[in-house]
Design a binder for this molecule. Sequence first.
Ligand SMILES: Cc1cc2nc3c(=O)[nH]c(=O)nc-3n(C[C@H](O)[C@H](O)[C@H](O)COP(=O)(O)OP(=O)(O)OC[C@H]3O[C@@H](n4cnc5c(N)ncnc54)[C@H](O)[C@@H]3O)c2cc1C
Length: 403
Amino acid sequence: MATESHSERPTDVLVVGGGIIGLAVAWRARQRGLSVCLIERHAIGAGASRVAAGMLAPVSEVEFDQARRKTLALALSSADMWPSFAAELAELAGVDVGLRRAGTLMVARDADEARELERQLAFRQSLDVAVSRLLPSQAREREPALAPNVRLALLADGDHSVDPVLAVHALLVACRRSGVEVVEHAGDVAVAVDAEGGRVEGVRLADGSLRAAGQVVVAMGAWSALLDGLPESLRVPVRPVKGQILRLRDPAGPGLLNGAVRGAGVYIVPRNDGRYVVGASMEERGFDLAATAGVVHELLRHARDLVPGISEFQLEEVCVGLRPGTPDNAPLIGASELQGLVWACGHYRNGILLSPLTAALTAGVLTGDPGDPLLALCDPARFHGPDADAGLALERQLTGSRG
Ligand SMILES: Cc1cc2nc3c(=O)[nH]c(=O)nc-3n(C[C@H](O)[C@H](O)[C@H](O)COP(=O)(O)OP(=O)(O)OC[C@H]3O[C@@H](n4cnc5c(N)ncnc54)[C@H](O)[C@@H]3O)c2cc1C
């Protein structure tokens, strides 16, 4: 187990899980004056966070059902926070997280796809989010590398991207510089509950020892439902949703694409240094992390149909990650019924996007200031007992204002 400045004193907050959510929460909690220790069973960023494409895409990601409208409110709020979040990280950690503000183009290449895109446009207009319709010539002017058979495109000007590998690194440096104790390679951590079963005492480390804390934040991503030591009735319904992505590099350097491009079955996200991410599969296969030839083939085929020039790219890596899915695709952020236990998990396809907001909301909960109305949209109690109804009513109120 690798540990820094270990202390035997009880810590105010123990964060379990060293993905982007755990790191961001630990950093913000420390900034609010709490003593914080973050414990990761493997290396920092070993879960989904390093695999993610890094799209900050509230507009292009929104889907038709009511549950996704709910995440739109969260996503738009967090997207607004990203520029200052990135600037703060650059200043404190000295790491540029690769924020690209070139918008996202959604492309249709045949009549069926164009009809679908028109439907998507009408839906987004009904939600009052910023998206515009581009003619094929306008789309190619923006992205000259697009295939010649573009029929229609939508531009989500406000949908940006970051490099999650850099963001995780920046947050780790920020945590360390702010005085968060970071423990890596700790093995599986369990929650420790007092004899009456009424409140959290800390966490039980892999060697059986107790690490005492006033509050424990569960930021275990797709593994959050597996937290040991928790009464069965308090478990949360988080499940793994497998995603495979490809990392490509243009030997000619950056510039083939300006912003992210999405087409049927694929997206391509450019980085600042000539690398590209092509993604992603969506697979319900439990905790399976195997890369498969069929998915790699499909992703490359769709990507080449959309942007033929990628045929010349070098294939650097196939990465597999597990999105932390929930029944309504919205995260769980807030206090549990067990005193001292706080959830910050279930971010599904949007954990990179939602990290600044999650950190702010969770730090509020940890310091007894849970005043933000957005917390109601992520209330963990919505999956347990009678509180579910109150959460739903407030959710309708908040999402209803967006149509
Ligand atoms: C292919 C793919 C593409 C994606 N693209 C995007 C995107 O473009 N934009 C976006 O916003 N999101 C995207 N996501 C989603 C995003 O990656 C996740 O929502 C986000 O990374 C979740 O972060 P997390 O910190 O909660 O989980 P993770 O990064 O998975 O971290 C959880 C950590 O907890 C640790 N852990 C688990 N159990 C224990 C234990 N018992 N004790 C100690 N540690 C434990 C794990 O080892 C892990 O490091 C994508 C995901 C995938 C898979």
